[in-house]
Design a protein around this ligand. Structure first.
Ligand code: UD1
Ligand code: CA
Length: 482
């Protein structure tokens, strides 16, 4: 049996989430590069619902703005006052009208919930022809959750909130996940009849179950195979725990697809990261955003890449890169910092203590050590000597430097932009290059050296240097006399 298409998925996300102790609304906290609510929406979307609805209330502007930007397919319904989960659903139905078909209700703070689990719930709901089917789980510690009350035959009677439960009921380990499949027509009627006669004075969505049962409708339950999936995030400890579980899930998927992950415990990936087969990820690596690692590339250790492309067979060690493109078989690091707009050609190199920004490096060109390259175009087969600085900023404006194919920039060259070093040209080590260097020429821009004999003996008499110098000079005198 295929999974029945839900008429609507309603995601409840109006609560404040006080235990996060945060300026950021709970559902906007991120795990693996995606906000909590967006994880739920992604799982919901895979069920292909006719309507996707999110109930928002607390931090309306921020949550609403976020959803408008990231989920234009979702309808945000505002619940001004959070008067309970039942009230939240009633508010939706008052706004959009009765929804016929299956309505799935879930929360914005359960990022580990899998589409397969929701699909299983929908399937059970349809197979049994229930008015409502609740997703439950057996948990080691059910503190704080609503408990599932069953009769001797195992049929679900009702859900009792912790605060309203008797000591016997509290001993029950089967908890209410708060996720349900409803018959939309029956839900619309029952949700209006929910009272506020309970310990919290709220309209409990859980009461819809007992109302429907008393009306003579079928009430079912679907026990989740893994309780971890349905545990919500309420504080930052649970946020970290959820992140760890999700990260491991993502890494397992990559490993099964042929990626070597040396140490999953110290490797962190975002949901949208793509890694091709035979890539190797070393410990301490974080891959963020839309980062792509192509086949056979080696990344890490201790590397953080954001929205960065690493080409086939490239090697990237101890590096931080943001919005960079690293070409196939290129070599980066150890200790490189590639900022936005860095594009490294095939087999090129950005080596140790090299920082680049808005710089294109041609094929086979090398920038091996101690260099800052900003706003530059470097051609093919270029060598940039150690300690070269692309002096791109005059304090007001940024300027561009061009180093053309085959050029050889000597160590400790200051390339004062705007300037061009043409094809095959050299610069002498220690030069401050302010004028273009013609093709095949060498640019020399430094003072000639002048040695003042015996200066140290006169001006630094009595120092160790003077003593060493005296000895050496005496030795030279002796050799001359022999
Ligand atoms: C609810 C269930 C409980 C279940 C638990 C699972 C009820 C009465 N109880 O309890 O049986 O075990 O979830 O986590 O439903 N929300 C709104 N508007 C509101 C109230 C809540 O949108 O007016 C949203 C919250 O943002 C949250 C979710 O609904 O995401 C659950 O609300 P919460 O108040 O945390 O319910 P619990 O007390 O946890
Ligand atoms: Ca909760």
């Amino acid at each position: 049996m295929s999974v029945p298409r839900p008429a609507a998925v309603i995601v409840l996300a109006a609560g404040e989430g006080t235990r996060m102790k945060s300026q950021t609304p709970k559902v906007l906290h991120e795990v693996c590069g995606r906000a909590l609510v967006d994880h739920m929406l992604a799982a919901a979307r895979d069920l292909d619902p006719e309507r996707l609805i999110v109930v928002i209330g607390h931090a309306l502007e921020r949550v609403g703005g976020h959803l408008a930007a990231t989920s234009p397919d979702a309808l945000a319904v505002v619940q001004r006052e959070q008067r309970g989960t039942g009230h939240a659903v009633r508010t939706v139905l008052e706004e959009v009208g009765t929804i016929s078909g299956t309505v799935l209700v879930t929360y914005g703070d359960v990022p580990l919930l899998r589409t397969e689990t929701l699909a299983g719930l929908l399937q059970r709901h349809a197979e049994e022809g229930n008015a409502v089917t609740v997703l439950t789980a057996e948990v080691p510690d059910p503190t704080g959750y609503g408990r599932i009350i069953r009769d001797d035959a195992g049929a679900v009677l009702e859900i009792v909130e912790e605060k309203d439960a008797s000591p016997e009921q509290r001993a029950i380990k089967e908890m209410n996940s708060g996720i349900y499949a409803f018959d939309g027509m029956l839900l619309a009627d029952a949700v209006k009849r929910v009272s506020t006669d309970n310990a919290q004075g709220e309209e409990y969505l859980t009461d819809v179950l007992s109302i429907l049962r008393r009306d003579g409708h079928r009430v079912g339950a679907c026990v989740a195979a893994d309780f971890v999936e349905v545990e919500g995030v309420n504080d930052r400890v649970q946020l970290a725990a959820a992140r760890k579980v999700l990260n491991l899930r993502l890494l397992e998927r990559h490993m099964r697809a042929g990626v070597t992950v040396i140490d999953p415990a110290s490797t962190w990936v975002d949901v949208d990261v793509r890694i091709e087969a035979d890539a190797v990820i070393h410990p301490g690596t974080q891959l963020h955003g839309a980062t792509v690692i192509e086949a056979g590339a080696e990344v890490g250790p201790a590397t953080t890449l954001t929205d960065t492309l690493v080409g086939e067979g490239a090697v990237v060690r101890n590096t931080v890169a943001d919005h960079a493109e690293i070409g196939p078989e290129a070599s980066v690091g150890p200790y490189a910092y590639l900022r936005p707009g860095t594009v490294l050609g095939r087999r090129s190199k950005a080596g140790t203590f090299v920082e680049m920004k808005n710089t294109k490096v041609g094929e086979r060109s090398k920038v091996p050590h101690l260099t800052y390259a900003g706003d530059a175009t470097i051609g093919e087969d270029v060598n940039i000597g150690a300690s070269t600085v692309f002096v791109n900023y005059d304090g007001v404006n940024k300027h561009h430097t061009t180093v053309r194919d085959g050029a050889f920039v000597g160590c400790d060259t200051m390339l004062v932009a705007p300037v061009t070093v043409n094809e095959g040209a050299y610069t002498a080590a220690g030069s401050t290059i302010t004028d273009d260097v013609p093709a095949g020429a060498i640019g020399v821009a430094r003072a000639r050296q002048r040695n003042i004999e015996k200066w140290v003996l006169r001006r630094r008499a009595g120092t160790k240097s003077a003593a060493h110098a005296e000895r050496a000079l005496a030795g030279q005198e002796q050799e001359k006399q022999q």
